[in-house]
Design a protein around this ligand. Sequence first.
Ligand SMILES: [Zn+2]
Length: 268
Amino acid sequence: MIRVDRGPKPEGLEAIRKVEVKRLAALAREAPPKAKDFGNRYNITRRDLWKAQGRTCCYCERRIDRLYNDVEHFRPKTRAYRGQGRPMHGYWWLAWTWANLLFACPSCNRRHKKNKFPLARGSRILPAGHRPPGPERAILIDPSGEDDPIEHIQFVPFRQAGKKEKWIPVARGGSRRGKRTIQVLKLDRPALVTDYGDHVSDLVSHHVKAIREAIHAGDGRIVAKAWRSALRTLFYRRQAFKALSHDVLDHHFPPEVRRQWGLELERP
Ligand SMILES: [Zn+2]
């Protein structure tokens, strides 16, 4: 997972938000709004989000080549599973709020995250109508939030005898939020682990090899060129799995090696 910068709010969204929040507020006075009450006017943001995210899922970073999915609400709109014993009303007033909208793949959105929104122990719940985070301490990492997801989630290599090397996401430095985010979104699901492995063997490993050979030859200019070429390809806007590529480079060329050759590993 990497940071998402949504860019400017799409034209027309604010007008829709005002009308829809007023409509839902009237319904919410009677009973918590149901899924069918929301309509889908937030979908006008779909294309902007898809483009802003380089056509990748905001959580797993898989490529999404077609605009077939719904918009993802970071704070779920209808119901929110916050952890045992807590109220389960959703964040209906944030269903059209630009800062709450993301674009996710069907697997992350519909199969794994769904309505889950765990809160830290002792956290209060954001009161209706309020702007997040307020008093609320969310556990899930918001890719568009203040924290860089790379600070919480780290990809590490894992090899079983006789098998292809795998890369799996773990909590960086024991981050609790990283751990829960991996669990809730199932970022270590088998299909993704296969995709991570293919990404490393089909793309990243060629760059690692070229940089290694340049270092072995001892020519700083060639090392710098191979490094720049790696970053240009692996961190290209529409490239999948940039956090993984970052950690593979960091693993093979740790800070002391980068310092020695004057190489900068930027955050994607
Ligand atoms: Zn995904």
